[in-house]
Design a protein around this ligand. Structure first.
Ligand code: ATP
Length: 300
């Protein structure tokens, strides 16, 4: 018996960041959107525990840990411990979400593993328990379960769905080299010594979403981590400018970066922007959102 669960990458349409809390986490007010760039996690019956990862040729396989530290291992141990069952499954992860790219690929894999192993081990974990386990694994993991478009607060783990009936078109340009999320937050702290204890609300973004108009949404996109990511990777500014000069309504750094995102008017415009960016950048992807959170795609 085996289950394949697909989980989406996230982008942050709005990312407001406050000063670090006492526990070291930064308070966030964010609007997440799940986009159609997904990882698939397959869990099959097996007497022991094995984990394998496959990547497309543009992802560096060595950047993904396969022994113990993978978020899939952690998710499996947490779920097994919660129910008092033994860790037994053969799990494989097929990645297409950029690694260390600010799109929460590891979190997507953790969410997919929770759902796949819950089914494989016939645990029937409640939604509330799955969300609580997800929050223990990482701030972005609950959103990977929920998907769609959602407001994230706390350190991002408190997720409230937002109505978003429009299909938004994005061009995604991963970077050859990842950026460490903690390093970007450290640079944010250096650049923003006066960050508020609580970030402001995401009102302008939520209002723009409701219009369904990509030009309006483009004007409202906001990422407090962008200056820090650009400070660490100044080369990304040129890429953002190139996209905007070639038809993108807006270019922005995805979360903590270094992946860059470009909002396009529609599918045709996205393909045109992607064609132009492909001339200078090896991997350029077109996707859209919102899409569903972690869900079973194959049951065999
Ligand atoms: P963050 O959620 O911190 O913003 P990110 O989207 O920038 O992360 P991820 O692809 O989630 O980046 O990976 C961050 C780090 O987590 C990687 O450098 C890698 O060492 C580790 N990692 C653990 N498990 C996984 C996994 N399943 N897929 C990718 N990276 C993983």
């Amino acid at each position: 018996m085996s289950f394949t669960v697909r989980a989406p990458a996230k982008i942050n349409l709005h990312l407001g960041v406050g000063a670090p809390r006492e526990d070291g986490f930064h308070p966030l007010v964010t609007v997440y959107q799940a986009v159609g760039l997904c990882d698939d996690v397959t869990a099959s019956r097996s007497p022991g525990w094995t984990l394998g990862v496959t990547v497309p040729d543009w992802i560096d396989a060595d950047a993904v840990p396969v022994t113990g530290d993978n978020l899939v291992d952690r998710a499996a141990r947490l779920l097994a411990g919660h129910h008092g069952v033994e860790l037994h499954a053969a799990v494989s992860v097929a990645k297409t979400i950029p690694v260390a790219g600010g799109m929460a690929g590891g979190s997507a894999d953790a969410a997919a593993a929770l759902v796949a192993l819950d089914r494989l081990w016939e645990l029937e974990t409640s939604d509330d328990d799955l969300l609580a386990l997800a929050a223990e694994l990482g701030s972005d993991v609950p959103f990977a379960l929920v998907g769609g478009t959602a407001l994230g607060t706390g350190r991002g783990e408190l997720v409230e769905p937002v109505r978003d009936p429009t299909t938004w078109w994005w061009v995604v340009v991963p970077s050859g080299e990842g950026l460490s999320t903690p390093e970007v937050y450290r640079r944010f702290d250096e650049l923003t010594p006066d960050a508020p204890a609580e970030p402001g609300p995401a009102k302008a973004l939520l209002k723009a979403l409701g219009t369904g108009d990509p030009v309006v949404l483009a004007g409202a996109l906001h990422n407090d981590l962008e200056p820090a990511a650009l400070d660490l990777r100044p080369d990304l500014s040129d890429l953002l400018e190139l996209g905007e000069q070639n038809g993108a309504l807006r270019g922005m750094v995805s979360g903590s970066g270094p992946t860059c995102l470009f909002l396009a008017e529609d599918a045709d415009a996205a393909r045109e922007v992607a064609a132009r960016l492909s001339e200078d950048h090896g991997v350029v992807l077109v996707t859209n959102g919102p899409v569903a959170g972690a869900h079973v795609v194959t049951y065999a």
